[in-house]
Design a protein around this ligand. Structure first.
Ligand code: NAP
Length: 283
């Protein structure tokens, strides 16, 4: 029987690429995000793909992860349309970057960042989980980041939310160890999506407020190097959903990024921090 998967943050970037990859691989996909027009536009991409049933197997739904009062009715709607009779997979992908050095961000900005990237993810997962437990099967794929493993300057708020996602994902994975529900973390490095364009007005603001990091923001946050295509993360997510024995973690990035993450634990703190600090303080 066809398996039904929910993807949050499906309107662009990694989420959009994953919708297309999963539908083309034979899954029924519920794509959730705030911008319904962008979700609907994905249907036309699917119509040009080769699978016969692709259009039918994609259902866009308007959804704001910071509005938990609506989660119940959205999940009921999904269950009533799920061809698989239940929800098999949840890809927690919705998120954004709150840019700024710790001295520049407000505590309210930090709270907002947590509402979307952490509390929203957690609350939605808690609403979906009972249906997976009822059927004793499923996949929960949490999109973290390399920033969830190494905290970097100028995006400390974002890193904090991704570290929190890591912690809760590890706990949940162990709590579900004796079930057929597998919990997977995906840690992308730089990926070419809209994530940096969306945070640009906030960087403009930080600079306008004469931050002592203004030049550094210009250098590092305006000119983010080109990342991997979102399809490379979609490939890891498909593997996490479809493999009988998925890995607990998929680090998706250049060879340099993957080696860097693995080596970090062997590098003494003072060496690591001084090297990163040099990059932002030698201007
Ligand atoms: N791009 C990278 O370099 C990179 C690296 C590591 C990890 N990631 C992670 O990958 C995930 C996807 O990001 P992306 O790079 O694909 O960025 P993106 O193109 O900006 O996509 C972000 C998605 O999240 C959705 N979203 C944001 N706030 C939401 C809310 N309140 N409710 C529902 N949906 C919301 C957006 O949809 P709407 O605006 O339509 O709601 C959009 O579909 C994020 O969790 C991000 O942290 C990205």
């Amino acid at each position: 029987m066809i398996k039904s998967i929910i993807i949050t943050g499906a309107s662009s970037g990694i989420g959009k690429a994953t919708v297309i990859r999963l539908v083309e691989s034979g899954y029924q996909v519920f794509g959730l995000a705030r911008r319904y027009d962008k979700l609907v536009a994905i249907s036309s991409k699917l119509l040009t793909s080769s699978r016969e049933d692709k259009g039918d197997n994609y259902i866009p739904m308007e959804f704001d992860i910071t509005k938990p009062e609506r989660f119940g009715s959205i999940i009921n709607d999904i269950l009533s349309k799920a061809k698989g009779g239940t929800i098999y997979g949840l890809v927690n992908n919705a998120g954004y970057v709150e840019p700024g050095a710790i001295e520049d961000i407000t505590v309210q900005d930090l709270r907002n960042q947590f509402e979307t990237n952490f509390f929203g993810l957690l609350e939605f997962t808690k609403k979906v989980l009972p249906f997976m437990l009822e059927n004793n099967q499923g996949r929960i794929v949490n999109i973290s980041s390399v920033s969830g493993l190494i905290s970097l300057p100028l995006i400390g708020a974002y890193s904090a939310t991704k570290y929190a996602v890591e912690a809760i994902t590890d706990a949940l994975r162990i709590e579900l160890w004796n079930t057929n529900i597998k919990v997977v973390t995906v840690n992308p490095g730089l990926v070419e999506t809209n994530i940096n364009t969306i945070s640009k007005p906030k960087i403009d603001n930080l600079i306008a407020n004469k931050s002592r990091f203004s030049e550094i923001y210009r250098k590092y946050l305006y000119n983010v190097p080109k990342g991997l295509p979102p399809g490379s993360v979609a490939t890891a997510i498909l593997e996490a959903i479809s493999s009988q024995k998925p890995k607990t973690r998929y680090i998706v990035g250049s060879t340099k990024v993957r080696i860097g993450v693995r080596m970090k634990k062997f590098v003494p703190d003072t060496i690591f921090f001084s090297q990163v600090a040099k990059r932002i303080h030698q201007e």
